[in-house]
Design a protein around this ligand. Sequence first.
Ligand code: PMP
Length: 377
Amino acid sequence: MKKKWLFTPGPTPIPPEALLAMAQPIDYHRSDAAVALIKDVLEKLKHVFQTENDVLFLTSSGTGAMEGAVANLLSRGDKVIVIRSGKFGERWSEICTAYGIEVIPIDVTWGNSVEPQAVETLLVQHPDVRAVFATLCETSTGALHDIEALACLTRVRPTLLVVDAVSALGADDLQMDNWGVDVVVSCSQKGLMTPPGLAFVALNQRAWDAIERSDLPKYYFDFRKAYESGLEGSVPYTPAITLLTALQCALDRICVEGIRRTIDRHNLLASATRSAVKALGLPLFAASPANTLTSIRLPTEIDGKAFVNLMRDTYGITYAGGQSQLSGKIVRIAHLGCMNENDVIVAISAFERGLVEIGYDIPVGAGVTAAQEIFAR
Ligand code: PMP
């Protein structure tokens, strides 16, 4: 019997009660029920973003929130620093360029994380830089960036720190208020265990001051409109109301577990996965791996694309392959969102089985044993 397992860094599995919520008759988005739903969701998001700032939501995927951040925070002629250590750092740079913003890139070898010192050097050389655009977990490589260290540099300068936490929110720690991060963007289909289609932005006062000055064109993603409506449990345009009902269930799960314990759980699952991969004799791709996903560098004799296809088509196990320059070279196993120890055991045991099937010699069972040892501690 074929059974499907989803180990991609988005979308991630949806909790059953969220699936059921989406099957209920839809509400009018200006009804009292919808107003209460929106207010509740926005309040609970603050817990996940670890902030007292208001959070706003958009009907889009995560990239919409990224584009909105650029269009709302910046003005014509602005200069920004963009950390590019993979596909999503590059996306910040592409969006800024599309809006005519001058980009000073910091190119980091894929798999590595930025050295905060490199950012500091550029900030000193270019004191007029308006913002630093960073990524908490660079999903294309699995690398975690030291956002706390970057915030130490920006919070003492008139420079905003804008963080893409699209994949890592709820999995890797990001203490927006404690660290002094100005803007955090995320979306529904990853750590928040909800289907794709909602994006979120949390902004502090420094960010709102920049928004007041911004003269870049914007309409659908105008943060002021989204924010002002959100305060009243309203929306400027028809929202993905069905997804909001699912999100409410998913947020309830996180709020009951508590964000600190949610992050700890992801840390445990990531540690077990890394330990398993090492026990199989395979190298991790990221130098500082995130809790969100584990990237595994495949030996050159393995065709990564064929392996991912085999696992999906034969075993119903979906891992993510490599993107762009890493296509066919890495496998990415997410342990993200609605996952526990048993999911990791499935992911690892299937991984071992797949490697055996393609004729790659591994110590079968060593990965599962290593993961179990981590869980037993
Ligand atoms: N940033 C990161 C770090 C991501 O992982 C993704 C999605 N994989 C995005 C941005 C883009 O999000 P979306 O596909 O929802 O637009």
